[in-house]
Structure formats: structure tokens, C-alpha cells
Design a protein around this ligand. Structure first.
Ligand SMILES: Cc1cc2nc3c(=O)[nH]c(=O)nc-3n(C[C@H](O)[C@H](O)[C@H](O)COP(=O)(O)O)c2cc1C
Length: 201
């Protein structure tokens, strides 16, 4: 079994990273998994330029950007489980995780629907990672959970777009300070149990 985890925080070893480690620990308590953790702020992943080359509208060509994403996409297709983690940055996902989802667009295989005159009227989609199990992880500074309503929705919507099977959400509040979550037993336990769910659900 292979797990790929994406740390969308620029702070290595901090809240999101700690929670992701706990999810991995939970999964590993059930199976001997091979784990690849990618720090998105260290990886060489260029910003999506919006050329749309990878979409059905341009014939589903290869992404012209040649960087770490080429291998990451191939390994995602082979992975069994995926973990996506983000801090709340200005109410939503971090820039690096947003860019990851943009650069994952080549995984979406769209079928254009045209009318009799050939005019584009819609599209259906499948993805190359459909059905894989996923956990989403989020941490915020604010103490009120509502501060991440948008972040949680955006994360959830992206997992749906990629046809992933979300088995758990891990969410921790009041973590403005670096690695604050390390002292929160309940939140760490929530993350551990999400990891167990990755395997058993
Ligand atoms: C640029 C920036 C924007 C932030 N915006 C918000 C916000 O809108 N709401 C919030 O609750 N916390 C916000 N925070 C706080 C982070 O979400 C919080 O510190 C989080 O736990 C960081 O996770 P990390 O330590 O893994 O990076 C922001 C932090 C940064 C650096």
C-alpha cells in the first residue's frame, strides 16, 4: 500500500505537518504502508499558467511545464491513499496547495459534449485517480471553527472534482503559533483515527 501526503504549509514541522504525521501514524498502525510526503513549498512545482493544454478543449495535451509535477502525477496514479493538508491562508487554501490542484488538472479526463452544430454545450469527466481514498487536513489560527468554512468547502470540492473518496476530515483551530497542535491530544487523536479510517473504510 502506498500513501502520498501533501503538506501545503510553508512551515515544516508545524501544525499541518504534525497532523499529517498523525494521520500517517494511524494508517501505519493498521498496515505496512510505503509513505511519500511532499512539502509543496520545497518541491519544484511551477505555477499553472492557465494555458488549458491539458483540457479536452485543447485535445488533452501534456502539460508543457516540466518540473517535479511530471513524476508526482505518475506516482499519484499508482498511490492507494492520498492526504492533502493546508493551513487557512486568508480564509482558503494555501497558495501552494491551490497550485497543486491546478497542476493536477491533467488527471481529469473530460469528454466534451457538443450540439448538432458542433458548439460546446457541456462536458463529462472522469479522473485517473478516481475512487482512491483521501483525508483532508486543515489548521487555522482563529478559535472559531467558522473561520475555515470556505477552506473546508474548497478542499472538499476539490476532492470531489478528482472523484476521490474522502474518508475523514481533520480540522484544528486556535493554532496561530508554530506547531501549537503538538499539545492538543484530542486533535492529534482525531488525526490518528482519520489515518485508521484511510485503511479500514
Ligand atoms: C498568510 C497567512 C494568512 C492566514 N490567514 C488566516 C485566516 O484567514 N484565518 C485563520 O483562522 N488563520 C489564518 N492564518 C493562521 C494559520 O491558518 C494558522 O497559523 C495555521 O495553524 C498554520 O498552520 P501551519 O503552522 O501548519 O502553517 C493565516 C496565516 C498566514 C501565514
Amino acid at each position: 500500500m502506498k500513501i502520498m501526503a501533501f503538506v501545503g504549509s510553508p512551515r515544516k514541522g508545524s501544525n499541518v505537518d504534525t497532523l499529517i504525521d498523525k494521520v500517517i501514524e494511524g494508517a501505519k498502525s493498521k498496515i505496512a504502508a510505503e509513505v511519500e510526503k511532499i512539502y509543496l513549498y520545497e518541491a519544484h512545482i511551477k505555477n499553472c499558467t492557465g494555458c488549458l493544454a491539458c483540457t479536452a478543449f485543447r485535445g488533452g495535451q501534456e502539460c508543457p511545464l516540466k518540473d517535479d509535477m511530471v513524476g508526482i502525477l505518475q506516482r499519484m496514479i499508482k498511490a492507494d491513499m492520498l492526504i492533502f493538508g493546508s493551513p487557512n491562508h486568508v480564509h482558503s487554501m494555501s497558495a501552494a496547495l491551490t497550485n497543486l490542484f491546478c497542476r493536477m488538472q491533467p488527471l481529469i479526463k473530460m469528454q466534451a459534449i457538443k450540439d448538432e452544430s458542433g458548439k460546446l454545450i457541456g462536458a463529462t469527466a472522469t479522473t485517473l485517480i478516481s475512487g482512491k481514498k483521501a483525508v483532508m487536513v486543515a489548521s487555522q489560527g482563529d478559535f472559531s471553527p467558522s473561520a475555515s468554512a470556505l477552506l473546508l468547502r474548497v478542499l472538499d470540492s476539490n476532492l470531489k472534482d478528482f472523484r476521490l473518496k474522502k474518508v475523514a476530515e481533520v480540522f484544528s483551530t486556535g493554532n496561530l503559533e508554530t506547531a501549537n497542535v503538538k499539545n492538543k491530544e484530542a486533535d492529534l487523536q482525531q488525526a490518528f483515527e482519520a489515518g485508521v479510517k484511510l485503511v479500514v473504510l
